[in-house]
Ligand binder design. Structure first.
Ligand code: ADP
Ligand code: MG
Length: 354
């Protein structure tokens, strides 16, 4: 039985402001679900509906067999962590971590035990007597996480908890968090606009756009089989190439080259081709090439170069990830596209076709 279940949730603020349109999903114990989407797509609103900070316009929030719609936030036994940490500045880290337990009138010995255990897990033991003003951003965020942990809630809700941290720190806290929530074995709903966080932390990802789920799948599936053009363009860095091609029967035309369309049950005159930069490689000869392109921009990424080419005989451009040990500037190069790595999308609906 699913622990946390959302059924047809909707939130309408005004007739034209409906940040959450119709969302259904389940999160079981031990599952880490990430709500991933661009700013303004309704992620925080959805999290607030789960927490009970806002009532839904339609639909239900269920925990086990219990409908929580009428339950106040404090009665839901969910712990929420915010981007802004929301710590009390006049309290020490230990006092901040213990606030919810004090309210519950838990015996002091048990409070101390839980605070020390959480502080140990999050490497905060030596900082327990410091106030937030004497701590770094990463330390404050770990205090906020510890405060959620000690409550031993039924569900964890996190809203962009790492986005105020610098890149290196974000990577460290991310790895720590992954282990931490694995050990908790409770449903986690995590909000982010950062695809790396979504891909590395989650057991499943819900990609949101305009208040609707575009795809709900494990991260590897989101990456290998994006359900539509939106997911294809939002997930993956560097971004997937998306090219509109003319077709005729079962052939699509890319520059002066032809690509086979046979597995697709459609007969369009145009089709959208998606190919990730890492799925384009240097062909060994012009005969073997799928396409020939003129390099006009080279961006160095470290191990690889992101090479932008203009296709021979057309205005179409695309980007390929090629080894950085060669000079690509101004060269005309033959490129091979792996056919099984091509994503085909309907030109009208944007839906995946293969
Ligand atoms: P996200 O977290 O994905 O960036 P939000 O859920 O915060 O997005 O917001 C989604 C949309 O809902 C935004 O356009 C925002 O302006 C609108 N919105 C959020 N809260 C309210 C509110 N209390 N009243 C009116 N509109 C709101
Ligand atoms: Mg938000």
């Amino acid at each position: 039985m699913a622990k946390l279940k959302l059924q047809n949730l909707q939130k309408k603020y005004r007739p034209d402001v409906i940040p959450v349109k119709d969302i259904s999903l389940e999160v079981n114990d031990g599952e880490f679900l990430t709500l991933l989407g661009p700013s303004g797509c309704g992620k925080s609103t959805l999290l607030r509906l789960i927490a009970g900070l806002e009532p839904p316009t339609k639909g239900q929030v269920m925990l086990g067999n219990e409908n929580l719609n009428q339950a106040a936030p404090g009665d839901r036994n969910m712990a929420m962590v915010f981007q802004s940490y929301a710590l009390y500045p006049h309290m020490t880290a230990a006092e901040n971590i213990a606030t919810a337990l004090k309210l519950r009138k838990m015996p002091q010995a048990e409070i101390d035990r839980r605070v020390n255990e959480a502080a140990h897990k999050l490497e905060l033991t030596s900082l327990l007597n410091r106030k937030p003003g004497q701590m770094s951003g990463g330390q404050r965020q770990r205090v906020a996480l510890a405060r959620a942990l000690v409550r031993d809630p039924e569900v964890f809700l996190l809203d962009e908890p790492l986005s105020n941290l610098d890149a290196l720190l974000r990577e460290q806290v991310r790895a720590q968090m992954k282990q931490l929530f694995k050990d908790q074995n409770k449903p986690v709903v995590y909000v982010t606009h950062d695809q790396t966080e979504a891909m590395t932390l989650s057991t499943k990802v819900a990609v949101l756009n305009q208040g609707l789920i575009q795809q709900l799948d494990p991260p590897s599936r989101i990456y290998s089989h994006p359900a539509n053009e939106f997911v294809a363009s939002f997930v993956g860095s560097p971004q997937m190439n998306l090219l509109t091609l003319k077709c005729d029967g079962n052939r699509a035309f890319l520059g002066k080259h032809q690509l086979e369309l046979s597995p697709i049950a459609t007969n369009p005159s145009q089709i959208l081709l998606g190919i990730r930069p890492e799925d384009i490689s240097l062909a060994s000869s012009e005969e073997e090439a799928t396409i020939v392109g003129q390099v006009y921009l080279v961006e160095q990424l470290g191990k690889d170069n992101l090479v932008s080419v203009k296709l021979e005989g057309s205005q179409t451009t695309l980007r390929a990830l090629l080894p950085s040990d060669r000079q690509w500037e101004n060269k005309t190069i033959p490129l091979a596209i792996k056919p099984d790595k091509i994503h085909w999308f309907d030109i009208q609906t944007g839906d995946r076709l293969n």
